[in-house]
Design a protein around this ligand. Structure first.
Ligand code: BGC
Length: 720
């Protein structure tokens, strides 16, 4: 008999349920819920897992209670939201997505896993791969953006990075891919609201990232808080048991979201805790995070016959298997061992943080050659509440990141321009101080050659519980910007944000605007690298940037409709008061260099299901400086049995080109990847014409295209 069978045979009901119970530790509080005596719970076997604790000493003290003082000596599983770094903080996921670089996504997760493992953590509640198309939803910041293909690549890269080659290693931590699914589609972008998503959209948009995570070996998955069409995900047996465990053979652990099992009562689908516990367990949820609904409800659910012991044992066995895979039985103290204890940021991790952060910055607009800042600049005014705000740079879910180890924008500029006078004023704040603060800021700018405005969202406005109905600048920042723009000096705006902000007037009036997101520990240095031209910007938008909140949800992969958008034509799909087009397309991001694409070649142009199309495009750098071009490969299924999106992303490639240089980028596009979700929700490849588009963004005016014909023996083209 193996270890797990032996343990199961020896466990009392209370001990079994303890293995399904994850209690909240004390270091950070990320939700409501019951908090009892954690130490006594561990000793008695009532608590088998913990979240929100880290630090070798603390973790080992708790682990000792489990291993040396509980009856069966089963080690604890310690989880934490290690999302974009642990002690070294990398850019928030939305920003990191804009690198379109799976290799870097993997490397940052690897570093985070190493640091978290060294701090005693064995499991992360990341990555979040909810496709996010509505910037009102605050958690867009945690997502890889609007595109399912990108989210799938991101999911797989993060699983590889966090879990490494061997989950037993101290430097590897188990992944909980979250939140299955549709959380990004909450009604009106309002946090925790219900989502109404069609089966097709679920399978085309929201589920593929989770399928990719399963293929990559994610150890765990977290269902979302929300309900889809009335079925809470925490109890969604068709998706959790049918789609995930059945169709995708996921045999890992399902961990509820914080307090979500108890919240089934609020959803109004159960009348008491026993029913809530039974519904979640039957749907396949193994671990109850923080609600104690399993502890309180499962014994009664067994008595009432709502669940059987076999279902409970299956969940316990999956949790024990994960502990075994993590090497916790062999050495529960491997993670958090003194020799690994994190103290300060390692130079290599800092370097990767700076590199990643500068590559995440998106140059949104640029006029009058205001950038890069001249090396002989003598006097710059850096204005705004986000200019000297180390804590704000870290972004939501900073894990063990410390503000005192982060670099603010002002500090980064001072490091980069030691002989330039750099004045700094916040310039905005409470209404009472606003007027005088603005006047002082204006005076400071009047005396300088250049103004850099550090505006945007505070970290508290983004992330969980960060839904906003107005996507403008908060806190009098608009008035501050307006007053400084009036001076007629060169103005560069840095937008700290976790989502697109709708500030069209700023894009029109400022000389340059950059999305600097929440860039992490090295934010200031990375920003200075870009502003001074030490690094030529390469970041691209992983989301479509709306002009106005009334346009959202706005994303490039829309269906054409019967009356496609025609600017100025009332009876087309448009608005009376604003254009239907975005402020910036998905993929937008300027460089100090400029690139053009030549004709696109696709070979062969007639292909069968097993073939691959070679797509080649030549790209030229027209400028006198070197730069990196990023090209997106989209397809369009011109005629199909259901209307297909006007563009679907299938690949992204980058190329570095010296001044005036030309190069070629090629993709191998498998014809099989042109399949789509058919009537039975399985993939179907239909014959007919497909357009292949390549461009520097999803802006239709920038794309070069060619057509291919797919031949599927025995199948008739749709519409014939
Ligand atoms: C969030 C999860 C997170 C959990 C634990 C919840 O409130 O929705 O994403 O993993 O808290 O902190």
């Amino acid at each position: 008999m193996g270890r797990i069978h032996r343990l199961l045979a020896a466990m009392t009901l209370e001990e079994k349920i303890g293995q399904l119970n994850m209690a909240a530790g004390s270091r950070v509080v990320t939700g409501p819920g019951a908090r009892g005596d954690v130490e006594e719970g561990i000793r008695s076997g009532r608590i088998g897992n913990l979240l929100n604790v880290w630090g070798g000493k603390e973790v080992h003290a708790l682990q000792r209670l489990a291993v040396a003082h509980s009856r069966l000596a089963i080690p604890l599983l310690i989880g934490l939201d290690v999302m974009h770094g642990h002690r070294t903080i990398f850019p928030v996921p939305l920003a990191e997505a804009g690198l379109f670089d799976p290799d870097t996504w993997e490397r940052t997760a690897r570093v985070a896993a190493g640091e978290a493992g060294a701090d005693g953590v064995a499991l992360t509640f990341a990555p979040m791969v909810d496709v996010a198309r509505d910037p009102r939803w605050g958690r867009m910041v945690e997502s890889p953006g609007e595109d399912p293909w990108v989210a799938a690549e991101f999911a797989a890269a993060k699983v590889r990075g966090f879990q490494g080659r061997d989950l037993q290693e101290a430097a590897s931590i188990a992944v909980t891919t979250k939140h299955l699914c549709g959380y990004g589609a909450v009604t009106a972008g309002r946090e925790y609201a219900s989502a109404e998503v069609s089966e097709r959209t679920l399978h085309e948009v929201h589920l593929p990232p989770f399928a990719a995570a399963v293929s990559a070996g994610t150890a765990a998955i977290m269902p979302a808080f929300i309900d889809i069409a009335g079925v809470p995900m925490t109890a969604n047996a068709p998706l959790l048991q049918g789609w995930l465990r059945g169709r995708h053979a996921f045999d890992g652990v399902l961990i509820s979201d914080y307090n979500a099992i108890a919240e089934l009562c609020n959803h109004g689908v159960v009348s008491d805790t026993a029913e809530a516990a039974a519904l979640a367990l039957r749907a396949g949820v193994d671990i109850d995070m923080a609600s104690e609904a399993y502890v309180q409800g499962l014994p009664e659910a067994l008595r009432r016959g709502l669940i059987g012991m076999a279902e409970l044992d299956a969940s316990v066995s999956r949790v024990l298997t994960l502990k075994e895979r993590l090497g916790l039985f062999d050495d529960p103290y491997r993670r958090g061992a003194a020799s690994h204890t994190v103290s300060g940021l390692a130079a290599a991790a800092r370097q990767l943080a700076r590199e990643t952060a500068r590559r995440a910055i998106v140059l949104l607009t640029h006029r009058n050659g205001v950038l890069p800042i001249a090396p002989h600049a003598r006097h710059i005014a850096v204005i705004g509440p986000l200019a000297f705000a180390r804590h704000e740079m870290l972004g939501p879910w900073p894990s063990a990141g410390r503000a005192d180890e982060a670099v603010s924008i002002v500090e980064g500029l001072r490091n980069a321009l030691p002989s330039c006078r750099i004045d700094h004023l916040a310039g905005a704040g409470t209404a009472a101080t606003r007027k005088s603060a603005i006047s002082a800021a204006v005076e400071s700018c009047r005396a300088a050659e250049l103004a850099i405005l550090c505006l945007g969202e505070y970290v508290s406005m983004s992330g969980e519980g960060g839904s906003r109905a107005d996507l403008g600048l908060p806190d009098g920042q608009g008035a501050l910007a307006d007053a400084i723009l009036e001076l007629g000096k060169p103005v560069i705006v840095l937008l700290t944000c976790g989502r697109p902000l709708t500030v069209p007037w700023l894009f029109e009036r400022a000389d340059a605007v950059l999305a600097t997101w929440f860039l992490g520990s090295e934010a200031g240095n990375a920003i200075a690298d870009v502003l001074t031209g030490k690094f030529n910007p390469t970041g691209k938008l992983p989301v479509t940037w709306p002009r106005h909140v009334g346009q959202v949800p706005l994303f490039y992969g829309q269906r054409p409709s019967g009356r496609p958008t025609k600017p100025g034509e009332r009876l087309s799909s448009t608005y009376l008061d604003i254009p239907a087009t975005p402020q910036f397309a998905f993929g937008h991001g300027l460089s100090y260099a400029s690139f053009t694409l030549d004709e696109l070649r696709c070979t062969p142009i007639v292909a069968g299901a097993d073939d691959s199309i070679e797509v080649a495009v030549s790209v030229r750098n027209h400028s006198a400086i070197g730069g990196e071009a990023t090209l997106f490969l989209f397809v369009r299924d011109v005629v199909a049995s259901v209307a297909r999106p006007v563009l679907e992303l299938k690949g992204v490639r980058r190329i570095a080109l010296g001044p005036g240089a030309r190069g070629t980028l090629t993709w191998q596009l498998p014809v099989a990847s042109l399949a789509f979700v058919g009537d039975d929700l399985g993939l179907v490849l239909e014959p007919g014409r497909f357009e292949i588009h390549v461009g520097q963004s999803a802006d239709p005016d920038q794309l070069v295209r060619c057509s291919i014909e797919v031949v599927v023996p025995g199948a008739r083209p749709a519409g014939s």
